[in-house]
Design a protein around this ligand. Structure first.
Ligand code: C2E
Ligand code: CA
Length: 819
């Protein structure tokens, strides 16, 4: 570590808090150290430049040097950033409090910052600080020597205990023992102070007037160079926040002590709370009977009561009997999340915080104890019922029930228990890299051969296989999706050689990568990039499917990331195209190699349907831009026929095979014969249809103008059809669309409103007055229509008034020219 601490030049900047942070950098290979010497000299009142940060650290307290060195050594082996806070004495009579932070950039480069916090020069200033600290009005301070005899205290301490200083000096610290805590408890407390150097927690102490008061104590042991040891006790009176009542007169240990409002008061407060927030919040009432240990019942009760009193999660707390506590948690209603999910989240938050705050021994009293939950407005209509139901669920929970919470409603109970179970289960399988990976073939239309396999995660326990989509959603909630994608990617890559053994060396792998994570696309792609490189697999056999592309931003950084990965030969696909927010703009940017059209457009696709037109349009556009098209979820030969006629490049779906594990692959399968029977679907014949305009874009009347714009841009000369099932109900021209948009954009000044214009439905601008011509009319009617001035375009309809085709002026002119 000494190597880390050398000298040099660097930047200085002011941190947001206003303190001056001095940046430093160190290379352990070259011993280059960069920092601003001037800043260091001035911040630490040093007459000379320093030879490194160890030069600074040698000014710390002798007793602290070893501890600091250990911290630095620890940080070298840990992935986490290092942090130290210490008081340096660079000059006699000068003290500087400093924070030192550092991070490892790689195995030989470290960078960090020094933040001098405050500088105290001279004994007078130190005395000033001590005076001020001792004068704090609400923190009692007492000092004891190594024999635990009190040698001093401040005024707040006198006030809290009711004694005058003179009465306390020379007394043992045990003077205040309330007899509520056992002998063993105090022994343990002092043992902890001797081993760790401090103790924090709540204690009940007897004050001068004979009553017991609850204080929160932080007791520190300080060893002086002279060999003297002093104990500093800082305590705050929490009896005002924690209602401390003796239900029965008398002070004997073991009698019922209430720390929180009793049932009646709790219920009254719950009535008010529920009334004031009924429409906004969901109120969850929980009762606890913790499994307090018989030796430290009081201390654990105190600790738990203090926590539920203070917790930011808890809206109300109460004590129903000696060992039964009640709380109310509230969660705001939210239209995006189900009440079940909200309840689960608020319980999860409460438990996580509880664990952090009360320490493992008190936490386990809750987990091992009994709990009951009722939800106001769901399984209880009044506050009284909610408390009673929660208590009933609590007492009926069996000791061997492993779920933390027992719900009064059996439906809620099973749903939430399942969710808790799944979260733990998913955490474990991802952490242990024990996710199963199945492979689904992707077939090339031109050959009928399997060209790659999509790796899909599978989750199952001994008894059940879980729905993948549902698991992925939970994993995304848990912010574990990137970890999952890494695990699946590694596992799939390791199985690829076996698949290639069966399907040939060219067969590839396609891997899902979700962007629904806090990581940005750059980090997500970087991660796949590294795993693929490490695996030794040829990158040109790999495709990455970006799912949740709504999170993909079209900025410079993301373009660079995509470019980098594609340069390696890895293909990038947009998954589930056509759902959510996936934008046509992605196709235009030349950033993707493949587009996977979502199953919802493929299902039951027939010629001339809306899905047909959409798939056709996407395919045509993609091909123009050199992007290949994969149709997902192909289940029938009918779908295969239509998709082949449209010209998609690849197909994937149950028609070929579902996703299966590697063990299911025995021999190479080709699907060539399925494509042998492809029959081109024919649009029905009629004289006028033979030369009418084909491939007309069509949309429903509630389709947004944004989509209409994409369509008319593809075919600007032809009107867009507005359809109501198979009937044409309106036409929209590019001019009409542009005219409307520019007028609306001008009228709306605010950006949000402007964006909203794109969502206006087509029905707002469609032209409902158009010429309708019978599809069965003989060709001779063309001339008649022209003669009577029938306006173009002509909408061809059958006897049911269903749309069959569109004739533009150009279609008719080129027909007339050809006869
Ligand atoms: P996806 O990427 O769209 O994957 C295709 C899904 O469609 C798979 O569902 C597959 O089993 C299913 N499928 C394939 N052919 C057919 C078919 O002909 N008919 C029907 N009805 N379904 C078909 P699965 O495996 O349940 O996966 C669901 C989604 O979960 C995937 O949709 C993908 O978004 C996500 N997913 C699965 N594994 C992973 C993973 O490792 N990482 C990430 N980020 N997402 C994954
Ligand atoms: Ca996929």
């Amino acid at each position: 570590m000494a190597k880390l601490l050398a000298t040099a030049q660097g930047d200085v900047h002011v941190t947001p808090e206003g303190s001056r942070a001095i940046e430093w950098y160190y290379d352990t290979d070259t011993c280059e150290f960069v920092a601003d010497q001037q800043q260091i000299m001035s911040a630490f009142h040093l007459p000379h430049p320093i030879n490194g940060i160890d030069d600074l650290l040698k000014h710390s307290r002798t007793s602290q040097i070893e501890e600091i060195k250990q911290k630095i050594v620890d940080s070298e082996t840990s992935e986490e950033d290092g942090f130290l806070s210490c008081c340096l004495m660079p000059n006699p009579g000068v003290l500087v409090l400093v924070d030192i932070r550092f991070e490892r950039l790689n195995d030989h480069e470290i960078r960090g910052i020094l933040i001098p916090q405050m500088c105290i020069s001279g004994l007078e200033d130190i005395a000033n600080i001590l005076d001020t600290v001792f004068d704090l009005p609400n923190v009692g301070i007492s000092v004891a020597d190594q024999n635990l005899c009190i040698i001093g205290c401040n005024s707040a301490f006198q006030y809290q205990m009711g004694y005058l200083r003179d009465e306390l000096i020379g007394e043992k610290t045990s003077f205040f023992r309330s007899e509520q805590h056992g002998e063993e408890f105090y022994e343990q407390l002092w043992k902890e102070i001797d081993s760790k150097g401090y103790w924090n927690g709540s204690l009940m102490s007897r004050t001068k007037n004979g009553s017991n008061q609850v204080h929160y104590h932080s007791i520190y042991r300080i060893n002086f160079i002279s060999g003297q040891t002093l104990y500093f006790d800082f305590c705050t009176d929490i009896s005002t926040s924690l209602l401390w009542k003796k239900i029965n007169a008398g002070e004997n240990r073991g009698q019922f002590s209430a720390f929180l409002p009793p049932r009646k008061e709790f219920e009254e407060q719950l009535v008010n709370l529920a009334q004031s927030s009924r429409s906004k919040n969901i109120s969850v009432v929980i009762t606890f009977r913790p499994a307090f240990s018989s030796q430290s019942r009081l201390e654990q009760q105190l600790c738990f009561s203090d926590y539920i009193m203070r917790s930011r999660h808890v809206s109300l707390s109460g004590q129903l009997s000696r060992d039964v506590f009640a709380i109310c948690l509230q969660t705001p209603q939210c239209q995006w999340l189900s009440p079940l999910r909200l309840i689960q989240m608020v319980l999860r938050g409460f438990l996580a915080d509880l664990k952090n705050e009360v320490g493992s021994s008190v936490y386990s009293t809750i987990v091992e104890g009994q709990t009951g939950v009722a939800v106001l407005g769901y399984d209880a209509q009044t506050a009284g019922h909610a408390i009673a139901h929660a208590a009933q669920a609590m007492v009926s929970s069996s000791a061997d029930d492993r779920s933390y919470f027992n719900f009064y409603s059996s439906e809620l109970h099973s749903e939430l228990v399942k969710r808790f179970y799944l979260e733990d289960f998913l955490h474990k399988v991802i952490e242990n890299e024990a996710v199963d990976v199945y492979f689904q073939p992707i077939v090339e239309v031109s050959t009928g051969n399997v060209v790659k396999f999509e790796a899909l995660a599978r989750f199952s326990n001994e008894t059940e296989t879980f729905d993948t989509q549902e698991m992925i959603a939970i994993i995304e909630d848990l912010e574990l999706i990137s970890a999952l994608d890494d695990v699946v990617c590694k596992s799939a890559l390791s199985q690829l050689p076996d698949l290639q053994g069966i399907y040939g060396a060219e067969v590839g792998l396609t891997i899902n990568r979700s962007l629904n994570t806090k990581l940005n696309a750059l980090q997500v792609l970087q991660s796949s990039f590294e795993i693929i490189l490490e695996s030794g697999v040829n990158p040109s056999n790999i495709t990455i499917e970006l799912t949740e592309t709504a999170y993909f931003e079209q900025d410079q950084e993301h373009s660079v990331a995509l470019e980098q990965i594609r340069k390696l030969g890895i293909d990038v696909a947009i998954d589930d195209f056509g759902t959510g927010y996936s934008s046509f703009a992605y196709l235009k940017e030349d950033q993707f190699d493949l587009v996977k059209i979502d199953r919802k457009f493929i299902k039951d696709i027939v010629v001339d349907s809306t899905s047909y037109n959409i798939v056709k349009m996407i395919t045509e556009l993609a091909h123009k831009l050199n992007v290949k098209v994969v149709a997902e979820g192909v289940e029938s030969e009918q779908e295969l026929n239509v998709l082949t006629s449209i010209g998609v490049d690849y197909m994937q779906g149950f028609l070929f095979s579902p996703a299966v594990p590697l063990s299911a692959f025995k021999a190479k399968i080709s699907y060539e014969t399925l494509f042998d029977n492809v029959v081109q679907e024919q649009v029905s014949e009629s004289p006028l249809l033979t030369f009418c305009h084909s491939n007309i874009r069509r949309l429903k009347q509630n389709a947004p103008l944004s989509l209409a714009m994409e369509f008319v841009n593809l075919q600007p000369q032809v009107s867009l059809l507005v359809m109501d099932s198979n009937r044409c109900i309106g036409l929209v021209t590019k001019e009409r669309l542009e005219q409307y948009l520019s007028a609306e954009m001008e009228a709306n000044t605010c950006t949000k409103m402007k964006l909203h214009v794109w969502e206006h439905p087509l029905s707002k601008i469609m032209d409902t007055e158009f010429a309708s011509v019978s599809v069965d009319s003989p060709v001779s009617t063309i001339k008649e229509n022209i003669n009577v001035g029938c306006p173009f375009p002509w909408v061809l309809c059958d006897s049911q008034n269903e749309f069959r085709g569109l004739l533009t002026q150009e279609d008719v002119l080129s027909y007339l020219a050809s006869v």
